[in-house]
Design a protein around this ligand. Structure first.
Ligand SMILES: Nc1ncnc2c1ncn2[C@@H]1O[C@H](COP(=O)(O)OP(=O)(O)OP(=O)(O)O)[C@@H](O)[C@H]1O
Length: 710
């Protein structure tokens, strides 16, 4: 067994040596491949060589893999061999142990047997004492009887010992049988182990033989491959050398080109510096030219703006500062159903400023600035009003009154309905869009107040306590202008703000009275919008006020037959409306004293009725025959107002006058004919274009500078 083990170990050592040789061969091949690759890389045919090298590498990797597999197989075989050797050693040890135990047991048994035989012999040799006892009995003395008893006891003890020894002998015999059987079993096992060992040894030898053959084959293959690869490498090397020789002239040309480019790159920063300096000079020149042109255009723009203002004023002066429109409301569904649905009013299809009224068989003609037929929409009405609304952005004070009897459509025209808003909402929205358009140059602030005048009492509709009475006072700053202490002013910045303001105003008006409809027809509702602007480019400031007034019903007391509180309400309404008429009359007659203080309404609107302010009276007329006399009164009042001119020329304007409400634009004397307003717009467009152009040039310039710096 030992000799076979030794031969196996020798075989394994040989195999290991061969493996080591293979590894060395593999490393040599790798080295060779590396050197070939480095020499071949110098050639231009790198890709071909690389693919070959890759193939070789793959092959080498395969070989390495095979080698690894084989070494792992040899390792596993070696492990198997060690394992079987260990098992054989174990079996041998077990066998020896069993033999030793058997021998010990046999020795013990033979010793025991010997002892027993000796004991038996000794006992047999001992003379039988019973006979002596019997003899003593025959003597029948006391001593002999005692000795007999002792001897009998001894005899019983010996008998007992004999039976115990016999029992022990039997047990030892059984143990001997058992040991013999175990010994036979162990012998059989040893035989089995020996058979197994022989079989394992045969397998191992066969495997070693296989491995030997495989190893030889692999080494042979590797050798052949290495030889062929070496041949290929040599061939490649020759090719590379050839390529190298042919590449040398190309390399010389490339070196020459490279030196030339290097010189150019060295010169480039100087050329770039020069170009940037020239470009900077050109840009600075262009910028100075553009900015001087800009200044010139700004001057022209200011002049044209003033000119436009003047043209506008001239236009207003020609049209008259007071304009009177008439709006006839449609016959409602309920009125159409009633018997008295015919209308006594008719319109001129060719002249939209004339209204005919048939009264007691007579046709009365009223000439106004514009007459809106019942089918006129809110949008159409506002179209005619919007130039007045926007003029308050330019710093004019504007009043728009809705005048007429109860139910003639004043509130509809001013406030409108939810789906179709009236002048109030549309004016605020228009002001918003206009100031947004002007936003880059102008910074505007729009504030809103809502006031109600009921029975000659002023109420703040946007305040926390709408029932509190307000007073009109002279401004303590000495400017001579009026102001209302405690009047709430909301700054509105979006259409949502407008909605909130109107909601609050309505809510406050509703909480202050029991019946809103009745109350609204007996009180004046004023929406006061102030637009303040500041032009950051020119430094100009403007402030204009737009007063939108829904007047109380204008019906006469005699007709209404009112008494008590109603009579007082009617008297108050009449008082304020006639005060409005008186103020307009006094202005028309150029009286030195204008009775603004005769009513709260005229007193509050004093600034907006005086001077260069503009007024629009929207006379609302009911189409029904039952309202004919009130319609006649309203229309007569309208015509009277229309003939009044609040401000005829600039002679009435007092420069720096504290009470003047003239626009605060700077005034520049412009001589010569009035040029076309479109010129100003064209100039503005041109300025904007130039600004954009200069900004672009600046951007380009700064980019170039940044590039230069970097
Ligand atoms: N142009 C119009 N188109 C449709 N309906 C209108 C028009 N004008 C007025 N109305 C309707 O006629 C009715 C009376 O109008 P509104 O309340 O505006 O009159 P008013 O003169 O303000 O009355 P009051 O003095 O009582 O406030 C309302 O129902 C209103 O909707």
């Amino acid at each position: 067994f030992r000799s076979s083990q030794l031969s196996r170990r020798r075989g394994a050592t040989d195999l290991e040596k061969q493996l080591e040789l293979l590894v060395v061969e593999n490393q040599r091949l790798k080295q060779e491949l590396k050197s070939c690759r480095s020499s071949e890389l110098q050639s231009l045919d790198v890709s071909r060589w690389e693919s070959q090298a890759r193939q070789r590498e793959r092959r080498l990797a395969e070989l390495e893999r095979e080698l690894l597999e084989k070494s792992s197989r040899a390792e596993s075989l070696r492990r198997q061999l060690d394992e079987s050797t260990r098992q054989l050693d174990d079996g041998r040890r077990q066998l020896e142990e069993a033999r030793r135990r058997q021998k010990e047991a046999e020795q013990k048994l033979s010793l025991r047997l010997q002892e027993c035989e000796e004991e038996l012999a000794r006992q047999a040799a001992t003379p039988p004492r019973v006979k002596y006892v019997t003899h003593t009995v025959e003597v029948e003395s006391a001593d002999s009887q005692k000795a007999l008893a002792e001897l009998q006891t001894k005899n019983a003890g010996l008998q007992e010992q004999l039976s115990v020894q016999r029992q022990l002998l039997r047990e030892l015999e059984t143990q001997l049988h058992e040991s013999q059987r175990t010994c036979a079993q162990l012998r059989t096992q040893i035989l089995v182990y020996e058979g197994e060992m022989e079989r394992a040894q045969g397998q191992l030898e066969a495997e070693m033989q296989n491995l030997e053959e495989e190893k030889n084959r692999v080494i042979e293959e590797a050798f052949i491959r290495a030889e062929s690869e070496m041949k290929a490498v040599h061939e490649n090397l020759a090719g590379v050398r050839m390529n190298l020789l042919s590449l040398q002239p190309a390399l010389r040309t490339l070196t020459c080109d490279y030196n030339c480019l290097k010189r150019q790159v060295q010169d480039f920063p100087f050329m770039l510096d020069k170009a940037i300096t020239e470009a900077k000079q050109e840009i600075c020149q262009v910028i100075s030219e553009v900015s001087s042109t800009n200044q010139e255009l700004l001057r022209k723009y200011k002049r044209e703006m003033n000119l436009r203002k003047k043209c506008h004023n001239e236009l207003v002066r020609l049209k008259g500062n007071i304009r009177v429109f008439c709006r006839v409301r449609p016959v409602s569904q309920e009125e159409q159903d009633s018997a008295d649905a015919r209308t006594m009013l008719s319109f001129d299809s060719e002249d939209d400023a004339v209204l005919y009224l048939s009264n007691k068989g007579k046709i009365m003609t009223f000439e106004l600035d514009k007459v809106f037929a019942p089918q006129a929409t809110q949008e159409e009405v506002f179209q005619e009003v919007q130039s007045l609304v926007t003029s308050c952005i330019d710093g004019f004070n504007v009043c728009i009154f809705a005048y007429g009897q109860t139910g003639s459509g004043k509130t509809y025209t001013m406030e409108g309905v939810v789906d179709d808003p009236g002048i109030n909402q549309r004016a605020l929205r228009l002001l918003f869009s206009e100031v947004t358009e002007k936003a880059p140059d102008w910074d505007y602030k729009i504030t809103v107040s809502m006031v109600e005048i009921y029975n000659e009492t002023l109420r703040n509709l946007l305040g926390e306590n709408p029932t509190d009475k307000l007073d009109i006072k002279m401004n303590p700053d000495g400017s001579g202008q009026l102001y209302v202490p405690g009047l709430t002013e909301f700054t509105v910045q979006s259409p949502e703000d407008i909605n909130r303001v109107f909601e609050l105003g309505h809510m406050n008006r509703a909480t202050a009275c029991t019946n809103l409809n009745e109350h609204s027809s007996r009180s004046h509702a004023l929406l006061i919008i102030t637009v303040s602007g500041f032009n950051s480019a020119t430094g100009n400031r403007t402030q204009g006020k737009l007063n939108l007034v829904d007047l109380a019903g204008s019906e006469r007391i005699a007709k209404s037959g009112a008494e008590g509180s109603r009579l007082r309400e009617a008297q108050c309404i009449n008082k304020s409306l006639s005060a409005l008429g008186d103020v307009i009359n006094a202005l028309r007659s150029k009286h030195s004293h204008i009775p603004f203080r005769n009513s709260r309404l005229t007193y509050l609107l004093q600034d907006s009725l005086n001077g260069d302010s503009k007024t629009l009276m929207m006379v609302q007329v009911s189409p029904l025959p039952t309202n004919i006399s009130e319609s006649v009164c309203s229309l007569k009042f309208a015509q009277r107002v229309r003939s009044v001119e609040l401000s005829s020329s600039s002679s009435r304007r007092h420069e720096n006058s504290s009470t003047s409400s003239s626009p605060t634009h700077d005034s520049v004397e412009v001589t010569g004919a009035v040029s076309d307003v479109t010129t100003a717009y064209l100039l503005i467009c041109f300025i904007v274009f130039l600004k954009l152009l200069s900004a672009t040039i600046f951007n380009i310039g700064s980019k170039m500078l940044r590039t230069n710096n970097s």
